[in-house]
Design a protein around this ligand. Structure first.
Ligand code: AMP
Ligand code: TRP
Length: 338
């Protein structure tokens, strides 16, 4: 069996299931932009087929898909440099997803912690799609033979599953076709926590709006949420070890580091010894200065939905040009008569 060398290609996706949060920005989009600027081929998707694993109002889904596209572009993703599109316009995702449903094992799927978290006590009532969604995610990635996937920490297990699926497919069919994809999880923002509870991930689905910073929040809203964010009574430490067992303090320092493009150590070297009453206004100012240009550009783009749709259509054509031959080859390997 010859060792196939896969050229580097980046793929990632975000669900248009609500507004964008600071967690999406620091954990994902900011890194999407960095990778785009590194000269690697980058493919970024609004995964609308994933979003409907839980009920979405159709009008809201359309708006959220365009808003996510606006967020990508406003944050610096350039449709001439990166391929930007929504998943449902490239039918090959669902087609490869079916093949992978037949490769992945029930035992693997049963171990997915995100499903357990999302389904909770409702296991019998959630959609089959919510359970099988990691196979569709594997298809998203492998349909492009993507070698690197920038994501937040919560997605690490799904990338491991993607590798398991690629390895089993290659093994079962005696080929070296799908690459072993690497997750790219680095920097201070890989796990941004709720502003109300340092043990919970910041999420667009949290019922409390005060728990998150939305990319569409204005300067006043951002400042107010940071002022009210949970913290503790101690001064900030001068070294990272001092943040142990202080989840809220750690989260606020991490957010600052992520926004300022600094390491946690660098931030603490500057702010160690200060009280939250001093640090929070600094953080608010940093957040507003980094986020308000993005949110105002998003608002401007949202005034021109036709332009956004044209970007997504053109992106889908480019995506399909990569995906279709890979799906075709997969069908051939599997034994489908063409
Ligand atoms: P989602 O909003 O669940 O579709 O996630 C889209 C991307 O944002 C994924 O790469 C997630 O890992 C990342 N992400 C979402 N929430 C957070 C968070 N609180 N901290 C860091 N990354 C996050
Ligand atoms: N599952 C990811 C999330 O909920 C979104 C996603 C779907 C994704 N397909 C992907 C991320 C492919 C990276 C690569 O956040």
């Amino acid at each position: 069996m010859s060792e196939v060398v896969h050229t580097p290609r980046v793929f990632s996706g975000i669900q248009p299931s609500g507004g964008l949060t600071l967690g999406n920005y620091l954990g994902a989009i900011k890194r999407f932009v960095e990778m785009q600027e590194n000269g690697i081929e980058t493919v970024y998707c609004m995964v609308d087929l994933h979003a409907i694993t839980v009920w979405q109002d159709p009008a809201a889904l359309r708006r959220q898909t365009r808003e996510l596209a606006a967020g990508y572009i406003a944050a610096g993703l350039d449709p001439h440099k990166s391929i930007l599109f929504n998943q449902s316009q490239v039918a090959e995702h669902a087609q490869l997803g079916w093949i992978f449903n037949c490769v992945a094992r029930m035992g693997w799927m049963n171990r997915m912690t995100q499903f357990k978290d999302k389904a909770g006590k409702d296991r019998e009532k959630v959609s089959v799609g919510l359970f099988s969604y990691p196979t569709l995610m594997a298809a998203d990635i492998l349909l492009y033979h993507a070698t690197h996937v920038p994501v937040g920490e919560d997605q690490k297990q799904h990338i491991e599953l993607t590798r398991d699926i690629a390895a089993k497919f290659n093994h079962d069919y005696g080929v070296d076709f799908f690459p072993m994809t690497e997750p790219v999880i680095e920097g201070a923002g890989t796990r941004v926590m709720s502003l109300r509870d340092g043990s919970k991930k910041m999420s667009k689905s949290d019922p409390s709006d005060a728990s998150r910073i939305n990319m569409t929040d204005d300067a006043d809203a951002i400042a107010k949420k940071i002022r009210k964010a949970k913290s503790d009574a101690d001064a900030l430490p001068s070294e990272a070890a001092g943040l142990k067992d202080r989840p809220e303090a750690r989260n606020l320092v991490n957010i600052y580091a992520g926004l300022a493009d600094m390491s946690v150590e660098q931030v603490l070297a500057d702010v160690g010894g200060r009280q939250f009453s001093e640090f929070k206004p600094m953080l608010a100012e940093m957040a507003v200065s980094k986020l308000s240009p993005i949110s105002s550009e998003m608002a401007r783009l949202m005034q021109a939905p036709d332009e956004i749709d044209a970007v997504l259509r053109a992106g889908a054509d480019r995506a399909r040009a990569i995906a279709a031959p890979i799906l075709e080859k997969t069908y051939e390997i599997v034994g489908m008569v063409r």
